[in-house]
Write a protein that binds this ligand. Structure first.
Ligand code: HEC
Length: 129
């Protein structure tokens, strides 16, 4: 019994660390999954590594990433922008991506923020190219 109590105490003490490790690994995994999804589904319009395309905004922009919270980006990607070339992506609205895949793309875009260049006119920048 004493052994059980001791090992359970040790387990309880370790558990939050294990969980924190798992959460950290999950963020990394979903960021790299998001990078792949971006390359295959978004880069044709938004450019490789989100640096801007001919027709779509530069998403790797300090100002864009500061202005748009995760829920805002998630909503735009899920429902698309009606009347523009930006498609609907959520499977719920007839798109190609699950909510989990969209979350992965959002976490990929967020991962760019620390090194994102200053592009205050991220929407025009793409059109000017
Ligand atoms: C067929 C071209 C095309 C594809 C593919 C595409 N987009 Fe877009 N996207 C656009 C255009 C065009 C706009 C700007 C629409 C407008 O005029 O407001 C846009 C806008 C956006 C915006 C809002 C940017 C802002 O300035 O507010 C986000 C975020 C975005 N796209 C993310 C994505 C993601 C993530 C993917 C891939 C899952 C993707 N897009 C795929 C064309 C595309």
């Amino acid at each position: 019994m004493a052994v059980l109590i001791v090992s359970y105490t040790v387990y309880q003490w370790r558990e939050p660390h294990l969980r924190a490790d798992a959460a950290g690994t999950q963020v990394v995994n979903s960021t790299s999954q998001g990078r792949d999804i971006f390359a295959s589904h978004c880069a044709t319009c938004h450019g490789d590594n989100a640096t801007g395309g001919q027709t779509a905004p530069t998403l790797n922009s300090k100002q864009f990433l500061e202005a748009a919270s995760d829920p805002v980006i998630r909503n735009i990607v899920s429902s698309g922008i009606p009347g523009t070339a930006m498609p609907t992506w959520s499977i719920d609205f007839g798109g190609a991506l699950t909510q989990q895949q969209i979350d992965a793309v959002v976490s990929y875009l967020r991962s760019l923020e620390p090194k994102a260049p200053s592009i205050p006119n991220w929407r025009q920048a793409a059109q000017a190219k």
